[in-house]
Design a protein around this ligand. Structure first.
Ligand SMILES: [Zn+2]
Length: 241
């Protein structure tokens, strides 16, 4: 009988929030589970009709969620994306259907420096949880300043022309789920959605790990729910036939 190599001993699973080694079937550790900054309202509407985007995120960008995003982005722990993805998938509304998951890109230079694009990893694993394809169809052409650091006037031009769509035909008639790590002002999502709508996308929604900025948290009793095991099924999203 051929024994499989014990990769789980060499590379144990770690809590995405604090890095503690956890059982393979757990989603996070027992200490983090009751303290996750889960949102009670995990949807935000960004932009205006008819090109409004519904964005969804499980966490408020603070405490353990901020820690997890920092581990993913700045401490070189790409595995965090795999473990956060089920939370993103579950933040989406029941019955919502998408055709394609598209990550928010970073410039090639920045991606080379980091070694990966954290939004692309989140998109890949969220797509996997939803049974959908993920495609990096957006490209970032130049560095931009953080929107919240700019004046109203500067904000209007900061993102203009910063993104391009690599294959416009691939989004025509499709229901797109954009994926990013944190949503702050929503300006990036709005800019990306504009390109997708211009190329004929049927709808554009977004999923992120966290929303930054005062969103109501769940109450203490709601938050004390135990962390579900990682293999708990996520809402199945049918791919459109
Ligand atoms: Zn933990």
């Amino acid at each position: 009988m051929r024994l499989s190599f014990p990769w789980h001993i060499l590379f144990p699973k770690r809590c995405p929030f604090c890095g503690t080694v956890i059982p393979h079937t757990a989603r996070c550790c027992a200490s983090c589970a009751p303290n996750l900054p889960l949102l009670s309202q995990n949807a935000r509407l960004i932009g205006e009709l008819p090109r409004q985007i519904a964005a969804y995120a499980p966490f408020s960008y603070e405490g353990l969620a901020e820690q997890a995003v920092w581990r993913l982005k700045f401490y070189g722990v790409p595995a965090v994306a795999r473990h956060l993805a089920p939370y993103l998938a579950e933040a989406l509304p029941d019955g919502a259907e998408f055709d394609l998951v598209v990550p928010i890109p970073m410039t090639r230079r920045k991606e080379r420096r980091r070694g990966y694009n954290q939004a692309a990893l989140l998109a890949r694993f969220t797509a996997e949880a939803l049974g959908l394809p993920a495609r990096p169809l957006l490209q970032k052409r130049r560095e931009t300043a953080e929107q919240h650091t700019l004046s109203a006037r500067e904000r209007k031009t900061n993102l203009s022309g910063a993104y391009r769509l690599t294959d416009p035909a691939a989004v025509r008639g499709k229901r797109i789920l954009l994926c990013d790590d944190v949503v702050t002002t929503g300006a990036t999502l709005r800019e990306a959605a504009m390109l997708l709508y211009d190329a004929g996308a049927e709808s554009v929604s977004a999923a992120a790990a966290a929303f930054a900025g005062g969103f109501p948290r769940e109450t203490q009793s709601e938050r004390s729910k135990p962390c579900p095991p990682q293999n708990a099924s996520t809402t199945p999203f049918a791919r459109r036939s």
